[in-house]
Design a protein around this ligand. Sequence first.
Ligand code: 5GP
Length: 214
Amino acid sequence: MSDEKTYISYNNVHQLCQESAEKIKQFKPDLIIAIGGGGFIPARMLRSFLKEPGQPNVRIMAIILSLYEEIINSDGVEEKPGTKVVRTQWIDYNQSKVDLVGKNVLIIDEVDDTRTTLHYAVSELKKDVEEQAKAKNADPKSTKFGIFVLHDKDKKKKAELPDEIMKTGNYFAARQVPDCWIAYPWEATDIVFHQKMAEKQGNDVFLPSNTPEQ
Ligand code: 5GP
């Protein structure tokens, strides 16, 4: 991995969501599942661009997953770093009345790094679909999953995603990037410095085609 951080501005994130929305509209998401914390802001931005006149906003549900770096487990066995995903928050299906069966579900995270988190989210959500479909005697295959990330790192992944996402055009990465650390604006403790760095690196606004005349 390159040592230099890539700084991304809020405006850049906004524009990546806008640009991607045009392709994502073809997937026709009924529900967004944002993986927190990084997927929250892109999910909210994207939703505005998916809004169709006369139609309600696409509902956003939040799940929170943490990727733990386990080196030695309780049995003293060495494990690969960054492979254990822990659920901090999941969907409360009873309280939210969310039914995944027959829906087009768009999962959003900010970055696909080793793919471990996305793999976990898809596998667990598929189990929920199976359970919900069984309860109402429906076909679990009627649910379609899509994925949206701002950045997909071009590297060897530690986990795979199903063909039904990867080979159907339902994996949407706004940008494929080399393996480097990406600094997102919502993590910045000094947003002025962060914004300057994003501008310097050319990672601020792009295509100023409809910028108002000064
Ligand atoms: P994974 O390795 O499972 O694809 O990514 C796990 C999580 O690590 C991501 O959701 C993200 O929160 C974090 N992550 C991975 N790479 C980066 C990066 O370059 N920048 C930031 N800010 N977070 C990252």
